[in-house]
Design a protein around this ligand. Structure first.
Ligand code: GDP
Ligand code: MG
Length: 316
């Protein structure tokens, strides 16, 4: 089925019927729980680098091929919102293009995403990466920082780290759970750095890490539900953790004009003044003081030695 671009019509969530009965029951239970808490709409923003499985997750949750998935870098250059409603509940999932291009964060892609989100509230952020990767680097940190700079660090109170390709065998000597916890720890560390989450805040705002296997070859249990190597039925598990995050007492992020445009540049300039003064003090005043001290120390030395000292000391 083709999705009409920009269609305002909210379709019935028929994909839910594609799931095995046990999964359907669990999902409807979770939606019922949300409705009890007066949550009748959820808007989920999916972000991350390219090719990590963002679009696949959207399709997995919705239960149909709503957005294009590609093994190669031919992603839709713009965000896509998929909306489905079921028994008075509406789920909006926003798929976005990858945030990295040529080894850098693509600021233009971010700008487009921000504008697309204008006047919407982000209830949940899915920050997607792969489980089967071994390295977390500065680029990951830059991606997290870019998201934080765009929406504020509060977005991480509504954030989940989602790891795809979870049907995976770790290399020799590592158990699945060990690998998972090491990968999670490494990623969470980078998320905390990029999101400027302070040490004392960690306890109050632990970010869940959730496993996902989008492949059609995902293993199933006796009820035909997709399961991970550790036995977790991952679709209802993901939706359950999403509902937990929504109920954690934090607020959704309203993307208004002020958030998009950031602080007034003049105001930002004023904020810098104390830093500039501090910089001048430490690097200029201190340096002059050191020269004076050196000069005092040199007094009394023979002239040739003074010259030698002045060369060896004045290297910065
Ligand atoms: P995006 O660029 O982040 O939107 O990634 P896509 O959803 O387009 O996926 C990129 C490629 O990875 C496609 O070939 C997908 O079929 C594949 N893929 C995505 N998620 C998974 C997963 O969990 N397991 C496996 N085996 N392949 C996946
Ligand atoms: Mg995609």
């Amino acid at each position: 089925m083709k999705q009409r671009m920009g269609s305002p019509l909210i379709r019935e969530w028929t994909g839910i019927q594609q799931f095995p009965a046990a999964t359907q029951t669990k999902l409807l239970e979770l939606l019922g729980k949300l409705k009890q808490e007066n949550v009748s709409t959820l808007t989920v923003l999916v972000m991350g680098k390219g090719g990590v499985g963002k679009s696949s997750i959207v399709n997995s949750i919705i239960g149909e091929r709503a957005v294009a998935v590609s093994a190669f870098q031919s992603e839709a250059p713009r965000p896509m919102m998929v909306s489905r409603s079921r028994a008075g509940f509406t789920l909006n999932i926003i798929d976005t293009p990858g945030l990295v291009e040529g080894g850098y964060v693509n600021d233009q892609a971010l700008e487009i995403i921000k504008r697309f989100l204008l006047n919407r509230t982000i209830d949940v952020l899915l920050y997607v990466d792969r489980l089967d990767a071994y390295r977390v680097d500065n680029l990951d940190r830059q991606v997290v920082k870019a998201i934080t700079d765009s929406f504020g660090k509060e977005i991480w109170r509504r954030g989940l780290v989602v790891l795809t390709h979870a049907q995976f065998s770790p290399p020799d000597g590592l158990s699945y759970d060990d690998f998972f916890s090491r990968r999670s720890e490494a990623l969470l560390k980078v998320v905390r750095l990029g999101a400027r989450i302070k040490k004392q805040d960690i306890q109050g705002s632990s970010i869940p890490v959730v496993l996902v296997e989008n492949s059609g070859r995902c293993n199933k249990n006796e009820s035909d539900e997709k399961i991970l190597p550790n036995g977790t039925v991952w679709i209802p598990n993901l939706v359950e953790i999403i509902t937990d995050v929504v109920s954690n007492g934090s607020k959704g992020i309203l993307v208004d004009k002020k958030l998009i445009e950031g602080p007034n540049p003049n105001e930002r300039g004023k904020l810098l003044i104390p830093f500039i003064l501090a910089f001048q003090y430490f690097f200029i005043v201190k340096r002059i003081q050191r020269w004076i001290k050196d000069d005092i120390a040199k007094e009394g030395l023979p002239v040739w030695e003074q010259r030698y000292k002045s060369y060896s000391n004045r290297r910065f």
